[in-house]
Design a protein around this ligand. Structure first.
Ligand SMILES: [Zn+2]
Length: 97
């Protein structure tokens, strides 16, 4: 036997970007966002900490750009002394495009 009653439920109606605070709602296809999350485990500096960030499309790709720039800096700092001047110039020019 089914018992049918009216119930009140909570639902996600919007997700705001944690960077720019804008809505991630798309007129065409509902909520459009990226999720950056972490749950640090035993033995890490942040043991037990959880993070979850929601990013709109623009902020997601801006973050990707910053991460790739960070990677470029790491490569230059760690390999730079072993790279020839030509290689360093090529890496810099590739980044500038
Ligand atoms: Zn944003």
């Amino acid at each position: 036997m089914k018992i049918i009653e009216r119930v009140e439920i909570e639902a996600v109606t919007d997700v705001k970007c944690d960077v720019c605070r804008r809505s991630t709602r798309s007129e065409i296809d509902g909520l459009q966002f990226a999720t950056l999350q972490a749950h640090w485990g035993f033995g890490t500096k942040h043991d037990g900490e959880r993070y979850e960030l929601h990013l709109c499309e623009n902020c997601f790709f801006g973050t990707m750009l910053m991460l790739s720039f960070g990677r470029l800096v790491i490569v230059i700092v760690h390999r730079g002394p072993r790279m020839g001047v030509g290689a360093r110039v090529a890496v810099t020019r590739a980044w500038a495009r």
